[in-house]
Design a protein around this ligand. Structure first.
Ligand code: ADP
Ligand code: MG
Length: 322
């Protein structure tokens, strides 16, 4: 039977040298931020039965636990540096731990983000990660920075993760190939770290958020913080490859109020269109212009012809409904 300390040593304490002044093993880790940067810090917790199904694939869970956190750094335009991992486990299962660590470190290494500490306890399966990133003062892409007249952009594609959930729940049955493709979007999101950095560097964008609870709700946070409204073209929303083949009503609804997308929604002055496309190219990430920030509060939808659409959509909230 693995002890708590041998478990940490075997699966989470790595031999490779890191950038932290002091990593795993003492009461605290020590981190020296690069001179002239601010620390960007964020925490996200994944709870079994709430954020993922019981029996979820351990490698994909390791990936997603860090991905959702890196996505928050991306939405701020910050560069990942390090993370901590608080893990509650029902049992010390070597096979499960090996797969979990594999998924976790594959993504961590891809972003040069180092595990510097954490906590390990026995209990219901629960993964809580805190990430630390760096951003130049004044360059963070905050929710309160959108201005009337800004374009609204979205990275990548959205809605396929929500479609996968609809398939699992039998809400909208999918054939095997479509279930498999859309499920990959749900379990293996790609945090848009490079895009966030490119958008904050110049700076090109004004406000940004990552889409975790659905576009309508998450864009709503930008609108509220910035004291503005928006008009979205429901037919310009970049549906995922599977959702794009579905009927218009479903496509619009799952794009606008899906969830688990982990794409960036950001605003930028219309004069920065070329610069946004250059940043997207630099980050090798597709971006789509989907609407405009308005002075008038509220979120409105139009169709491809510019005709107003009555779509009453809200974001996901753990404490209402769901
Ligand atoms: P403390 O008693 O001070 O809480 P612990 O005994 O919990 O310390 O942890 C010992 C060391 O192992 C600490 O440096 C801690 O940050 C690290 N650690 C514990 N759990 C994890 C984990 N899941 N991943 C990475 N580091 C961990
Ligand atoms: Mg501890």
């Amino acid at each position: 039977m693995l002890s708590e300390f041998s478990l940490i040593k075997q699966y989470f304490q790595r031999q490779r040298p890191g950038h932290a002044v002091l990593g795993i093993g003492d009461d605290c880790a020590l981190l020296a931020p690069s001179p002239g940067t601010q620390l960007a810090i964020s925490t996200d917790m994944l709870v079994e039965g709430r954020h993922f199904f019981a029996g979820a694939d351990a490698r994909m869970l390791g990936h997603k636990s860090l991905a959702v956190n890196l996505s928050d750094l991306a939405a701020m335009g910050a560069t990942p540096r390090a993370f901590t991992l608080a893990l509650s486990l029902p049992a010390a299962d070597p096979a499960w731990l090996g797969h979990f660590a594999h998924g976790l470190f594959a993504l961590a290494d891809a972003h040069d983000c180092e595990l510097i500490g954490g906590d390990t306890t026995k209990g219901p399966l629960n993964v809580c990660i805190t990430v630390f990133g760096e951003v130049a003062p004044g360059h963070a892409l905050r929710r309160d920075a959108a201005q009337a007249g800004d374009d609204i952009w979205i990275s990548g594609t959205i809605g396929d993760a929500r479609l996968a959930l609809a398939g699992y729940l039998g809400e909208h049955p999918l054939d095997e190939a479509n279930q498999q493709t859309s499920s990959l979007r749900m379990h293996m999101p790609s945090p848009r770290v490079e895009l966030g950095r490119a958008l904050s560097a110049a700076p090109v964008a004004r406000a940004a958020i990552d889409i975790s609870d659905g576009l309508a709700g998450d864009l709503g946070h930008i609108l509220a913080a910035s004291n503005v409204g928006a008009t979205l073209n429901a037919d310009a929303l970049p549906a995922g490859p599977v959702l794009a083949t579905m009927p218009t009503e479903l496509r619009r609804r799952f794009c606008a109020a899906g969830g688990d997308d982990y794409e960036l929604c950001f605003t930028a002055p219309a004069a920065h269109r070329e610069a946004v496309l250059a940043a997207a190219q630099q980050a090798q990430t597709m971006v789509t212009r989907v609407g405009t920030i308005d002075a008038e509060p509220g979120l409105r939808y139009i169709d491809a012809a510019g005709k107003p659409l009555a779509l009453a959509l809200v974001g996901f909230d753990h404490f209402s409904g769901g």
